[in-house]
Design a binder for this molecule. Sequence first.
Ligand SMILES: [Ca+2]
Length: 559
Amino acid sequence: MKSKTFLTTLLIGILCLSLLLAGCGSKEPVDQSGESSSGEANSGNDTASGGESNFNPTGYPIVKEKVTLTALVNNYSADFPDDYNKFNVVKKAEETTNVHIEWIMPGSGFEEQKSLLLASDDLPDIIFGCNDFELIKYGGDGVLLPLEDLIDKYTVNLKRIFEEHPATKALVTAPDGHIYTTPRVNEGPWMYREGMGVGVINVKWIEDLGLKMPTTIDEFEEVMKAFKTRDPNKNGIADEIPITAIGDPMTMHGLGYLMDSFGVSARWHFADVRDGKVVFIGTLPEYKEAIKWLSKLWAQGLIDQEWFTQDYTKKASKLNNDPYIVGYADLWDINDDFGTEKAHEYYDYMPPLKGPGGRDPIMYRAAYPGYDRFGAVITRGCEMPEVAIRYIDYIYDTYNSIEWIEGEFDVRLKKHEEGYYYIPDPPEGMNQQQWRCQSCPAHSVAWAVFEDGYKNILRLTYTDQKVNFMEQYVKPYAEKDPWPPVFRTIEEAERYNQIDSAIISYANMKAAEWIMNGTIEEEWDAYIEELNKMGLNDWLSINQAAYDRWQEVLGTASK
Ligand SMILES: [Ca+2]
C-alpha cells in the first residue's frame, strides 16, 4: 500500500510545515487562561440553531429542520469529487443528522485558504486539519472554540473515546488546558513502527548460498559479504548491492532498523526518553557505535554507494531489477516496494539482530500509532456549535469512521465469509488510492478507528504478513518508553522551531559524512560542541518540559 508510505511522508511533511509556520509565527501575546472564550461557546446556542425546539441534544436527527454548516477541508487528491456531498457516506450523514454541509474545497490551496480564513471575519463553521501552531494561536485568541464542554455535554462517541483511550484526550489537550480540536486515530496494527521501516532481506539468496538467516550484527555482515562476492543472482556479474537505502539514516528508507540493534530506537526526529529523561538520540554512545558500524560496512562496499544521492524512484528500480540485485533494505511493507508477487519468493522480513556483545536490540515503536491532532475545530463564526459538535461526533462512531476513511460497507468494503470486511482489488483502470478517494473523504476529515476496529470490523489483510512478523519478532524488543505526541506552548514552539531543523540537519549531515569517511572518532567531540552551540540544551529542556506536561495531562485524562 503505497498510500501508507506516502501518507506518513505527507504527515511528516505537514508536521514539518506546521513547525515552519510556527517559526515565523505571530509574536502577539496569548491569553493562556483562555477563560474569555469558553463561556461564549455555550451561550445562546439554542436560539442560534433555530430555537430550542429545532435542536435535539441526543439521538437523530440532530435538528428537526435542516440547517447548513460550512466546513473547510483539505481535499488533497484530484481523485476526490468536486463536492463531498456527492459521496454516499456524506449523503447518508445528511439524511441521518439533517445537517447539510457546504464544503469549502481549495485542493492544493488548502494551507493558504486556511490561513486567510483564520485571520478573517469570514470564518467557516468547521475546519478539518489545523496544525499545532494554529490550535494554540487561534485557540488562545478565541477564534477557535474550546470544545471540552461541548464534547462533555453533547457527544456520545468522542466522550466514550476519551474515556476508553485517555491518550486521545491528552493528545488534544493544548498547553493552556483547553481542547480546540478533535483527535484523529488510525490505529492500524501496521502502524506499529509509524514513520520508520522494517528490515527486508533476500531469503532466497541466503538459502541458495547455503547460509542461515543472520541473528547478530556480525552474522549479518558475513551474509552481506557473501551476497557481494558469491554472485547469488547467478548472472556471472558482480552486480549485487548487499544493502541499499535512501535519505537520512534514521528515516523510513534509511537504515534505522539496523541501528536499533545497537539500542538506538532510531526515528527521524531524534527525540526519545530514557528513564523519564529526554535525550537527543544523535549524542548517545549507542548511536555513535551504530554509525561507526555502518561506516565499517560502507568501507567494505557492502552499502549502496548511491545511498545519499539517490531518490525513492531510483531505490525502487534497484529493488525491482531483473534479476534481483538487492540483498537488504529498510522498507515500509514488502507489498509496497516491490511490483510483483515474485518478490515474495525472494524477500522476507528479517528479525531484529542482536547488537554488540550479544546485546538485545531496542526497537523503535510509535507511542500512539496513527494518532494526530488534525481533526475538526469549530470556529467562533459558528452560530450552532452544539449542532457542529454533534455532526462531528456522528463521524466518530466506529462504523461511520470506517466508511468515511475507507468507503461504504458492501460497496468498496466486502464481507468475508468469516464475518469481517476487507478491501478487494480496485476496479479495472484505477489504483486503490484513486478508488478510495472516489469513495469517501479518506484522510481529509476527522475519524477514529482503533486497533480492535481493524481486527474485528475491517481487516486490511494486505498488511497481515508485516503485522504478524512485528507481533512475533519486533514487539519483544520494542522500547518501553517511546516518544509521545507532545504539544508545545507558543513560546516553546517558537524557540524550538528556530533550532530543531538546524540541529537535525547538522546531525544527519555529519552521520552521512562519517558513514562515507569513517572519521567519527576524531570528529565526535567537535560535533557535540557544535550541537551545543546550536542550542541543543534548549532543545532538550523544551522537550523535557513538553514531555513532563504530557505525562501529567495523560495522568489526569486517565483518572
Ligand atoms: Ca550477480
